[in-house]
Design a protein around this ligand. Structure first.
Ligand code: MV4
Length: 446
């Protein structure tokens, strides 16, 4: 087992990882930027190294500084969390060459799944269902125009190296192809310095269903069920739940088997997520595979009883999985609400400031993964997520009631939060029925 892990992240996920390490008896090293000198992750870790100024490119995204911090402190593993360097194949490669174990899949895996067009091809070869679309990469609008009719409309033009909804455009008919292709490609070049594109039939108002995978370094692969992440606004998830009301046991088994097949086909290791689009006919299609731990991992932990961060660390240390597929049982229902410092009445603009009063909810089945405390200053440099409120109930109805009760207790003064907006979601008739899709937030009037 590792004797010391450096956490190349900040905020609640850094705290979450420190806690898992401590339970496993592993020493921890935090890295922090100057405005994070008093951040909870800096205070909680056994050691802390300042790696630079506020600007992420000169601190949390600076590979040289992070590797130096690991070498200086004698850390033999790095946990990248999510965001920042977590899916950066160059960082993973440098860790591999420096004999520092990166807690996650290999750099090769990150490159393969990071290129969405290559990921798509790989999944076709593995007999994983994908949305009908193009083979390989397109760089010319004329080429897209010639291929469009064979896919059908509406279709979606995507950046091969995309993600987070950037470099994507929908074309309703052939006449729109040239315009939408060049808009999407311009964005792809600006955001990812890459002009590679591909096209798929556009699935209208799908559900976003993702399966949690665990794969050890001895060929064992299991799934831990799904998360329904259809409550999104501009590609930012807001509420997630597990299990999804849209899945029967039969469909869960079918999709779970496909997710495991996808991971096995690429010799995947560590924790990963296979994302699917699910339409109202019960048809599902591979969309992307995320090669990191995700923000919403706690809802899977709540329904399976498995600590995913500990599993990531054990897998990275070379231990075989001590659980098999038949050991995975889903218990009850979990919901996560992301508590953000943002103002819903001002187009969800970030609301930094000092938290001068804080009361967090508690009780049976209530969990908070956070990094805030009274007196903590929310800086404007990083994302606005303050904490995740996670509840577990015996049924979906109980989980919703518990979440509403917990949100009602949650008091944050000094910054504006989206707590009120969460009530609107939880009381929305489509959400209450479970019969909602990725269009839910757009259909709400706030
Ligand atoms: C799609 C799609 C419909 N059809 N692909 C959004 C981000 C990126 N990961 C891919 N995305 C989508 N790809 C096809 N062929 C719809 C989306 C999409 C979406 C997906 C999941 C959750 C929310 C979404 C919001 C808008 C579009």
């Amino acid at each position: 087992m590792f004797h010391k892990v450096l956490i190349a992240n900040r905020g609640e996920i850094a705290v979450r990882i420190i806690r898992a390490c401590r339970e496993l008896g592993i020493r921890t090293v935090a890295v922090y930027s100057t405005p994070d000198r008093e951040a909870l992750h800096t205070l909680l870790a056994d050691e802390a190294v300042c790696i630079g100024p506020a600007k992420a490119t000169e601190s949390y995204l600076d590979i040289k500084r992070i590797i130096s911090a690991a070498v200086i402190t004698g850390a033999n593993a790095i946990h990248p969390g999510f965001g920042f360097l977590s899916e950066n194949p160059k960082f993973a490669k440098i860790c591999e060459e420096s004999n520092i174990k990166l807690i996650g899949p290999s750099s090769e895996m990150m490159s393969l799944m990071g290129n969405k067009a290559r990921a798509r091809e790989t999944m076709i070869n593995a007999k994983v269902p994908v949305v009908p679309g193009t083979d390989g990469i397109i760089t010319q609008a004329d080429e897209a125009y010639d291929l469009a009719d064979s896919i059908g409309y509406p279709l979606i033009i995507k950046a091969a190296n995309g993600g987070g909804g950037k470099g994507m455009r929908i074309a309703e008919r052939k006449e729109e192809i040239h315009k939408m292709f060049s808009l999407a490609q311009k964005e792809a070049i600006a955001s990812f310095s890459d002009n590679g594109m591909y096209m798929e039939r556009y699935v209208v108002n799908p559900k976003h269903i993702e399966f949690q995978i665990l794969a050890d370094e001895h060929g064992n692969v299991i799934h831990l069920g799904e998360r329904d992440c259809s409550v999104q606004r501009r590609h930012q998830k807001i509420v997630e739940e597990a299990p999804s009301k849209a899945l029967t046991d039969k469909l869960r088994k079918k999709m779970g088997d496909v997710a495991v097949r996808a991971a096995k086909a690429i010799n995947y290791t560590n924790a990963g997520t296979v994302e699917f689009l699910l339409n109202d006919q019960g048809e599902f299609f591979f969309m992307e595979m995320n090669t990191r731990i995700q923000v919403e991992h706690p809802i899977t932990e709540m329904v399976t009883g498995i600590d995913l961060i500990k599993k990531q660390i054990e897998i990275a240390a070379g231990l075989p999985l001590d659980i098999m597929q038949k050991d995975i049982k889903l218990h009850g229902h979990a919901i996560e609400c992301r508590i953000n410092a943002e103002d819903a009445s001002k187009d969800f603009r970030p609301s930094p400031g000092t938290i001068n009063n804080l009361i967090m909810p508690g009780g049976k089945g209530i969990r908070i993964d956070g990094a805030i405390y009274p007196g903590y200053t929310v800086a404007p440099y990083y994302d606005s997520m303050l904490a995740k409120l996670i509840v577990h109930g015996d049924t979906r109805e109980e989980a919703i009631a518990k979440m509403k009760s917990a949100l009602g207790e949650f008091i944050v003064e000094g910054v504006t939060t989206n707590i009120d907006f969460h009530f609107e979601i939880l009381e929305n008739p489509s959400f209450v029925s479970g019969d909602y899709d990725t269009s839910l937030i757009e259909t709400m009037k706030v």
